[in-house]
Design a protein around this ligand. Structure first.
Ligand code: GUN
Length: 292
């Protein structure tokens, strides 16, 4: 039987209704949640992410403050912008779109963000708090992945979760969250140094692909009935498409759907959830600032 499709778009819409209600409650107190977005350069994937984030903000009744800098902007320029947003009371969340051009240190820029406005959950303080299980902003993509697994009706408790990828943004935090008592999964992390990856992935009740390699996960690597979450968003050449490319995940969707129990599509799976969790963190930050 083919896998059921986990509809990230629908789940995102459901959660955004709750977020919109919280925005309305804040409006009665004269507060509008504000998200500042800094984009350096014109990488097409980053431009489309940032555009989608700003559109979602507007739809949720939030303000967005957008600054687009040229690709040759200096680190000092980016740091000055971050500092200005840190000090601006109308800004409750600051997002610096990654990756940054090579003349700008990602580490120094992220460390400059006030932790209480770090709605991406990327600052060392928030990463440390997450690791310790203390109150913090959870990073948006891992948080969205956990919601998708829940929506699929898959319990993480006692499950073997295999995470393929070890990025700071997705793989590492996700593995860490899954071993929390509340999720109670047993976690294996695969990466480029892993020998015989398929031997690990075939043992996964929950398989999360976040390596950034199109089509990495093939049907023979998946346990029948597994819940498969595809975090990959890769542009692959496709002359049959008007733009000459299409989006592809890290999972060979068509073949894996014949084996898995449930699976997220690309697009329409993880992507809308990442943006939703960003809105969630921003409204949370505004509530904290308003003492709500
Ligand atoms: N680049 C790719 N994903 C993300 C994300 O979730 N946040 C930021 N700031 N940059 C990204």
């Amino acid at each position: 039987m083919p896998a059921s499709i986990i509809d990230g778009k629908q789940l995102a819409e459901d959660l955004r209704k709750d977020i919109a209600a919280r925005v309305q409650a804040l409006a009665k107190r004269g507060v509008t949640p504000g998200l500042a977005v800094i984009l350096v350069g014109d990488d097409p994937a980053s431009v489309s992410y940032v555009t989608a984030k700003e559109k979602a903000c507007a739809e949720a009744g939030m303000r967005s403050f957008e600054r687009r800098l040229p690709g040759d902007a200096s680190e000092a320029t980016v740091l000055d912008l971050v500092k200005a947003f840190n000090d601006d009371p109308a800004v409750h969340g600051i997002l610096v779109q990654l990756p940054l051009p090579k003349q700008v240190s990602e580490r120094r820029v992220i460390e400059a963000i006030r932790p209480d406005k770090d709605v991406d959950g990327f600052t060392p303080e928030n990463v440390g708090r997450m690791l310790l299980g203390e109150r913090c902003f959870l990073p948006c993509t891992p948080h969205g992945v956990l919601k998708l697994i829940e929506r699929a009706g898959m319990s993480t408790k006692g499950a073997h979760a295999v995470v393929v990828g070890r990025s700071n943004i997705v793989g590492k935090p996700l593995a860490n969250l899954l071993i929390r008592k509340e999720y109670n999964a047993t976690v294996t992390v695969c990466h480029t140094g892993t020998k015989d990856m398929a031997a690990h992935t075939r043992r996964a009740d929950i398989l999360i692909a976040c390596a950034g390699t199109p089509g990495l996960i093939t049907a023979d690597m998946v346990k029948p009935g597994a819940c498969v979450i595809d975090v990959g968003v890769n542009r692959v050449d496709d002359p049959s498409k008007p733009k000459g490319w299409r989006l592809a995940g890290d999972v060979d969707f068509r073949a894996v759907s014949e084996v898995a129990g449930s699976i997220t599509p690309v697009p329409g799976g993880v992507g809308p959830m990442t943006i939703t969790m960003l809105l969630y963190n921003t409204v949370e930050s505004a509530e904290r600032a308003a003492g709500a």
